[in-house]
Design a protein around this ligand. Sequence first.
Ligand SMILES: Cc1cc2nc3c(=O)[nH]c(=O)nc-3n(C[C@H](O)[C@H](O)[C@H](O)COP(=O)(O)OP(=O)(O)OC[C@H]3O[C@@H](n4cnc5c(N)ncnc54)[C@H](O)[C@@H]3O)c2cc1C
Length: 387
Amino acid sequence: MRTDVVVIGGGAIGAAAAYFLRSHRKPCTVAVIERDPTYALASTPRASGGVRRLFSLPENIRLSQYSIPFFERFATEMAVDGESAPIGFKKNGYLFIVPPGSIETLRANVEAQEREGVRVTWLEPREIAAKFPSMRVDDLGAGVQSPEDGWLDPHSVLQGFRRKARSLGAEFIADEVTGIDAERGAVRGVRLKSGRSIATDAVVNAAGAWAKEICAMVGWPVPIEPMRRYEHYFEIEDPIEPLPYIKDVNRLAFRPEGKGYSGGLPDLAEPRGFNFEVDHGYFERVVWPALAHRFSAFERTKLRSTMPGLYDQNELDGNMIIGPWAGRLENFFLLAGFSGHGLMHAPGSGRAIAELILDGGYQTLDLSRFGWQRAADGRPYRERGII
Ligand SMILES: Cc1cc2nc3c(=O)[nH]c(=O)nc-3n(C[C@H](O)[C@H](O)[C@H](O)COP(=O)(O)OP(=O)(O)OC[C@H]3O[C@@H](n4cnc5c(N)ncnc54)[C@H](O)[C@@H]3O)c2cc1C
C-alpha cells in the first residue's frame, strides 16, 4: 500500500490532522494508523475538556483564538450525511485566580491576551466575591475572567474529527506502527504489527504520550514523557452558584459537570511513565484540601470517581513540538508534547501541520517558535502564565 501521508495515532490530534489534510484545497491521500480504535488508554477521552484563551504566549493565545470559534461551528462543520456532530460546548467561561504575589504575572498575561484581541475581565477580590459568593477571596490578589471560554466533551471532538476525515477519504487503519524505514535523509514507509508495510512521502507522529517511542524508531531523542494525571468527579450536598472553569496558581482546576464537578490538581513531580494505577488517597490528600480551602461548600465533598490519564509532557517547556526533524528527516513531522492543552489546540495545530506539509509553510498561524529547533538548542519557550 502507498499513501501521501501516514499519521501515527488517531486521537484528537491525529484525527484533526487527517481532517485538515483532506479538507485542504490541494488534499493528499492520508492513512491514520491507530492501534486501539476503542481509545481505551488514549489521553483524549480522559481529558477534562477545558478550552481557554488564558495563555501568555501569542502562539497559544492564537491557537485558542482559532480553535474555540472552530469548536463553536464544530457540530455543523463536522456533520456527515446531514448528521451533526455535537460536542456539548458549554461557553460558561474561565476564571484564573491568583494570590497577591502573582498579580504582576497575571497583569502581563492579560496585556498579552488583550493585544491578541481576547475579551477578558480583570476582577479585584471583592468583585470576585460579588460574582461568586461561595468563594473565599481574603487571600486572593486578583482574578481574570474569560467569559467566552468553557469546556466540551473530548470524546465527541475526537469522533467528530474522525468521522468527518473518513467521509472526506482519510483511511483509518487499526494496527500498530512497529518500525519506520528511512534512507538518504527521508522516511520511505512504516511497518505495522500485522506485517503490512505502507510506503509514504511523509509521516506525522501524533502518538501523544507515546510519541517518544515513535521518534526512537528513527533515532530522534525528544523530551516528551508520559505523565499521569487524575480527573476526579465529585459532588457536594448543598448547591452553590454556577461556576466557570476555575484555575489557581497551585494548579487546582475544576468545572461543573452534571450534578457535580470534574477536575483535579496535577502534580508535576509525578514520576514519568505509563502508569494507569489509581492512588485512592490522592483526592483526599491533595485535591480536597485545596477545594475546601477555596469553598467551604466543598468541605463535605463526595468523591464519585477518579480517572487516570496521561499528559504528553514536554519536559523542555510544556508546549507542543510541531514540525520536521529539520536537517535530519525533513519528511518526518512531530506533533506532540501538548502537556495538558492538546485537546483545545487540536483544530489550530491540525490545520498548521496540514499547511506545513501541503503548502510548505504556515499560512494561518505561524508556529515556527514551537518547532524542534528550540529543543535542539536547549532554548525553552515557556508560558509565563499558569498552565
Ligand atoms: C486528566 C487529563 C485532563 C486533561 N485536560 C485537558 C483540558 O482540559 N484541555 C485540553 O486541551 N487538554 C487536556 N488534556 C490533554 C489532552 O488530553 C491531550 O493533550 C490530547 O488529548 C492529546 O491528544 P493526542 O491525539 O495527541 O493523544 P491521544 O489521545 O493519546 O492519542 C494518541 C494515540 O496514539 C496511539 N498510538 C500510540 N502508539 C502507537 C503506535 N505505535 N501505533 C499506532 N497507534 C499508536 C494511541 O493508541 C492513542 O490512541 C488533559 C489530559 C489529561 C490526562
